[in-house]
Write a protein that binds this ligand. Sequence first.
Ligand SMILES: Nc1ncnc2c1ncn2[C@@H]1O[C@H](COP(=O)(O)OP(=O)(O)OP(=O)(O)O)[C@@H](O)[C@H]1O
Ligand SMILES: [Mg+2]
Length: 261
Amino acid sequence: MAKVISYANQKGGVGKSTLCIQTAFYLSLKMKKKVLVIDMDGQGNTSSRLAPRVVDDHGNFDTILSGTKTASLFQDELEAVEVIHCPAGMDLIHTPKNDPALFEMEAVPLDKAMNPAKNLASLFEQYDYVLIDCPPSLGRKLVAALVMSTHVVCPVKLSGFAVDGVEGLLNTIIGIREAYNAQLDILGIIINDMDRSVNHDRSLKELQSSVPDLLFKNIIMHRPPLDTAITEGIPVWELRYGHVAAKEVELVLNELMVKVG
Ligand SMILES: Nc1ncnc2c1ncn2[C@@H]1O[C@H](COP(=O)(O)OP(=O)(O)OP(=O)(O)O)[C@@H](O)[C@H]1O
Ligand SMILES: [Mg+2]
């Protein structure tokens, strides 16, 4: 059965998409696993990074998006789900850039959030891993993602309010687990984009004392090559100057895979 991992945090810019995309590269290219990525974020960043491209003479590219959109998964009846086969080997259920239809899903009745799980159940049987990139909110789409997940991981960027944010997030996840998905395994918190500032150091110590069991041992520091890799839509280990970033990402992903089992 597929392991279904959601990347969740209601805060924006903490590394959900970055980690989701790098996990997808790692599993499909290095581990040769069959991977499906679901872009649950109306911004559509993950889709534009992974989908096939056409490049013009000036080096500008357009992404080719086709098949079922994530917003359609919320329909009561969906006859067939058509995925995109991405050049790096994984499959994708995409969201077009700034898709109003997916943003509107936050306003649908709660029972509609159960539809993606129903519509995707048979498709999931074809995969080793399903990775869900969640939006920066605690709404219907997060419920939809967690209802169909076996695991959830929370990338966190340190700040003065990190502890409050993490507590709110964990309470929401636990609430969804209790209501809809008792099997959901909370893998924990990945500290990402950390620097050596006094603020980050203090915030890390606070998290270490408030949620010690949930913190991943490995941390990803602020590494500009990781940003370059995500902007270009490539694995971080393919960059010539990305060794340190690649090593940190690899250690985190190894730890993630051990936890997933
Ligand atoms: N460790 C890091 N070092 C440097 N830049 C990073 C790091 N992690 C992420 N970034 C950059 O920070 C930005 C935000 O990351 P990302 O898009 O993954 O966050 P997100 O949580 O998915 O945001 P959103 O909630 O808006 O979808 C991106 O430009 C990304 O390349
Ligand atoms: Mg994102």
